[in-house]
Write a protein that binds this ligand. Structure first.
Ligand SMILES: [Zn+2]
Ligand SMILES: [Zn+2]
Length: 231
């Protein structure tokens, strides 16, 4: 059985009528004007339904990284697309407006004129993890579980400095950086250095402005927290 017949999202076989080819990362995260860069992305096999279950979160993610971006070239291009699709995005826009707040999570009221942003980390983490799984499948031939281990660290950061940090970082080895499209998407990945090392890391840079990260224990890790989970 070849791996290409397996859905990289659920690990099950794909029947002919259920086949879709999913870009990793999803096409929606590429501004239209930068989509020629997509040719460099391999598409992975997935059930139409598995893939489709992410589309709301991917729309949310797209808007969120745009809001977190400085005015980079990629962000400007994505903003033009976003404004072109305003009617379709209205309910999403309402949701995003609901994320704006003048109160911090701890209940502090921010000074006048300062607006903070809540964000639905569950939704954005789900997209970061999906992309990391796709890249792990592609580069390591590994099917990561649909729910990350509790020890995994997943999130979004403003600023691409982390991608630069990873390259040449003493903590990680076999680091590779892949530039898919300078303005839209690059990523770097590697593994922890040293004896007993058990971490894999993916850093995903969007719009030259926002970095998603997934740092997780390898599938075969037998550390106490991973061993606990398999009981
Ligand atoms: Zn599937
Ligand atoms: Zn572990």
């Amino acid at each position: 059985m070849s791996k290409s017949e397996l859905c990289y999202l659920c690990g099950e076989l794909i029947a002919a009528g259920e086949m879709s080819r999913d870009h990793v990362p999803p096409k929606v995260l590429f501004p239209t004007s930068l989509r020629p860069g997509l040719q460099l992305l391999r598409k992975l096999p997935a059930h139409r339904e598995c893939n489709g279950s992410f589309s709301d979160d991917e729309e949310y993610f797209r808007a969120k990284i745009l809001m977190m971006s400085e005015r980079t070239e990629g962000a400007e291009a994505q903003l033009r697309d976003f404004l072109d699709s305003v009617p379709k995005s209205l309910s999403l826009a309402k949701r995003l407006a609901g994320d704006l707040t003048n109160t911090t999570p701890a209940g502090l009221t921010l000074p006048a004129g300062v607006i903070g942003m809540n964000y639905d980390g569950t939704r954005t983490d789900r997209v970061v993890w999906k992309i990391a799984r796709g890249l792990a499948f592609r580069h390591y031939g590994e099917l990561l579980p649909s729910a990350p281990k509790p020890s995994a660290t997943i999130g979004l950061l403003q600023g691409p400095q982390f991608l630069r940090l990873l390259k040449g970082h003493e903590y990680f080895q076999h680091v590779r950086k892949v530039v898919v499209s300078r303005e839209a998407f690059s990523y770097a990945y590697g593994t922890e250095r040293g004896e007993g090392a058990h971490l894999t890391v993916f850093f995903l840079e969007f719009l030259s402005a926002v970095v998603g990260y997934a740092i997780f224990h390898n599938t075969d890790c037998e550390c106490p927290s991973c061993a606990d989970r398999t009981k």
